[in-house]
Design a protein. Structure first.
Length: 133
């Protein structure tokens, strides 16, 4: 994850604070079902913003077949690739909650049949989501 942030956003280890909660997109998109995860995550973000006012970005990284989803959500009620699909409402929520910040997201997916390699796709919010239309 840190390589993505360094290379794609040009940030070094002193310019970002990694929070790595399991199922981050799910906890933001399914706030009621994952209320404990959601509350903890938002509390951490608010604390960091209070004490580190130089923070300008929140970057969400989700990945295919996240086991936190299996523990907290009923996959039979979710569509295909919920870890990817949940990035959109998660970004939307964060953009509304923290309008002063730039919100970004990546989705990690397996790139081979053996599921031993992963690639990360940049997930973009649509202009409609960003309130530009």
């Amino acid at each position: 994850h840190n390589r993505l942030i360094r290379e794609d956003f040009g940030l070094d280890g002193e310019n970002f604070i990694p929070l790595k909660p399991a199922g981050v997109a799910g906890s933001l998109a399914h706030q009621k079902e994952m209320s404990e995860d959601f509350g903890s995550l938002i509390s951490q973000i608010k604390m960091f913003l209070k004490h580190c006012p130089s923070i300008k970005h929140i970057i969400i990284i989700s990945h295919q077949d996240c086991k936190r989803y299996d523990e907290m959500l009923d996959r039979s009620k979710l569509g295909p690739d919920p870890e990817k699909q949940d990035l959109y409402p998660a970004m939307d929520f964060l953009a509304k909650e923290f309008p002063q910040l730039e919100i970004g997201a990546y989705y990690g997916r397996f790139s081979n049949e053996e599921r031993t390699q992963i690639v990360f796709d940049v997930i973009k919010r649509s202009p409609l989501q960003m309130g530009e239309i």
